[in-house]
Design a protein around this ligand. Structure first.
Ligand code: ADP
Ligand code: MG
Length: 235
């Protein structure tokens, strides 16, 4: 589903090149969920950008859905991104001029996967029934992020990339949004790569990796459900 092979990435800075990823290997299987942790500035967002083909590695290869996305020209990268990927960020990035239902429809149409029954089911599950014609600014933060998750999943992507999706929410909304995200990911069979600072958020996922000094390191098995909030091994 997603594969990084010896991926290197550095940024040019006034102080010289800043190496962010120094030979990252990563394999994420279909339907698998992975938490990515690491200190601020450790390169988590860079890794997600490379996974989405929004940026290219200096060396190494990124494969998405069986294709080497890092070797494709931008129009093909954009198509693969639209058809195989859902993206959720800390900022909601909704289209402000489009209603709830049109935000969902647009994403499905861009991926050429329009499915009115799935859109209707999503609206129910997002808790937005009755608000189909509302605009993003008329929704609470939690509702906007639920819509952003629904939009990402409207084309039924094979992989959802989420970069600190609850970073802008209070704890109660964050819990609600995460529960929804996990349920939808589970029910659609979508794979998940989620950046988070929170061990509590990481714990229920299949695996947890830590990015540090340009390298990914594995941590032990996640906590069995029901034993939270003991600190999970990836804390
Ligand atoms: P994280 O998401 O883990 O906080 P980032 O991937 O955003 O980390 O950034 C990793 C490092 O690379 C940081 O030191 C950041 O300042 C730097 N960085 C990120 N993007 C750029 C860029 N476009 N140009 C220069 N430096 C960058
Ligand atoms: Mg980041």
């Amino acid at each position: 589903m997603l594969e990084f092979r010896q991926v290197h990435k550095a940024y040019a800075t006034p102080q010289g090149p800043l190496t962010v990823l120094a030979g990252v290997d990563l394999t994420l299987g279909a339907g698998e969920s992975l938490a990515l942790m690491g200190e601020s500035g450790s390169g988590k967002s860079t890794l997600l950008h490379l996974a989405a083909g929004l940026d290219l590695p200096d060396r190494g290869e990124v494969g998405l859905d069986g294709r080497a996305i890092s070797s494709l020209a931008e129009p093909e990268r954009a198509r693969l991104r639209r058809e195989s990927l859902g993206l959720v960020f800390q900022q909601f990035h909704l289209v402000p001029s489009l209603s709830v239902v049109d935000n969902l429809r647009l994403q499905a149409r861009l991926a050429r996967r329009e499915d009115p029954a799935w859109t209707a089911e999503l609206i129910e599950r997002l808790g937005l029934a009755g608000r189909e014609r509302h605009y993003p600014e008329q929704l609470s933060g939690g509702q906007q992020q639920r819509l952003a998750i629904g939009r990402a999943l409207a084309p039924r992507p094979a992989l959802l990339l989420a970069d600190e999706p609850t970073g802008n929410l209070d704890e109660a909304s964050a819990d609600e949004v995460l529960a929804l995200l996990r349920a939808l990911v589970h029910d659609t069979g979508c794979a998940l790569l989620m950046v988070t600072h929170s061990p509590r958020v990481a714990a229920p996922l299949d695996r947890c990796l830590q990015l540090s000094h340009g390298q990914l390191t594995a941590h032990g098995q996640p906590m069995p459900r029901g034993q939270q909030p003991e600190p999970p091994p990836c804390a």
